[in-house]
Design a protein around this ligand. Structure first.
Ligand SMILES: [Zn+2]
Length: 266
């Protein structure tokens, strides 16, 4: 049986503060992880650097996560299981993300067990109304904001499917089509470097890339329809354009227009 090496302090599993997670209200919450290692050598290395005689290494059997999933499902708990997470800043590329409504009383002990037995980058638990599948790679993408500056790491594609931006990057010209010459839609900011690679440049009547603001504060009244009109006035019909989000805030968004000479005119 596969085993793990855990560090205990005075008979209790030792937990270290791992990172600070930003909450939607702007405060931070410290997440703790148990000190657990795949090899005894790794555990010893940490123990030797601590100089705390009350710390001890304990070898424990590693439970298969599939047994936990089977237990939950056999108790009527609905799960969405993702083999990998595409959302930046969350877990790892190959994290197994298990989502459900964890408020159900029956799941509480299992939640604690999973959290204590797997590193979050190995197995993570999420809420099923906050995550969805990418229609191409089936990795998890977050559909619920986690901060004021959060921007979706996905786009909607024609047949009402979500596509993560990692997948969108691979097919950028096709994805682009729906957004081209359309001031009602804006491309996500993460894809700006991609459209610059295929020949788009920021449309600006200044020396720098103009970033427009639309929002609730005084003066934040930029209108994509007006910029669209201006692009056509200045460049004529030989250019195509796309609007891109530049940033997101609590009460406003910032955006720019990008242009590229149409191919038939080259
Ligand atoms: Zn994807």
């Amino acid at each position: 049986m596969e085993t793990r090496f855990e560090i205990y302090k005075n008979g209790e599993l030792f937990k270290r503060p791992a990172y600070h997670q930003l909450q939607i209200d702007g405060t931070t919450k410290t997440k703790y992880f148990p000190w657990r290692f795949k090899t005894k050598e790794e555990a010893e290395k940490i123990l030797n650097s601590c100089a705390d005689p009350s710390l001890k290494i304990v070898e424990v059997p590693k439970v298969n996560i599939r047994d936990c999933i089977d237990w939950l499902e056999s108790h009527g708990v609905y799960l969405s299981i993702y083999n990998g997470v595409a959302e930046p800043g969350y877990y790892a590329d190959d994290t197994l993300l298990i989502c459900s409504n964890w408020n159900a009383e029956i799941t509480k002990k299992m939640v604690k067990f999973i959290e204590e037995n797997w590193d979050e980058n190995e197995v993570a638990l999420g809420w099923d109304d906050e995550w969805c599948y990418c229609g191409n790679c089936y990795k998890a993408i977050r559909t619920s904001p986690d901060s004021y500056s959060w921007e979706p790491y996905y786009i909607w594609i024609a047949d009402c499917e979500l596509l993560c931006l990692d997948c969108a990057r691979e097919d950028i010209e096709d994805i682009l089509e729906e957004y081209l010459n359309n001031s009602d839609k804006a491309f996500p900011s993460d894809l700006i470097p991609e459209i610059e690679k295929i020949g788009f440049t920021c449309f600006s009547e200044e020396d720098y890339c103009e970033i427009h603001e639309t929002g609730w504060h005084r003066g934040q009244d930029a209108d994509p329809k007006k910029i669209e009109k201006r692009i056509i006035e200045v460049l004529g019909n030989s250019y195509e354009y796309i609007f891109c989000i530049q940033g997101q805030s609590q009460f406003y968004i910032t955006w720019s227009a990008f242009v590229r000479r149409k191919k038939e005119d080259e």
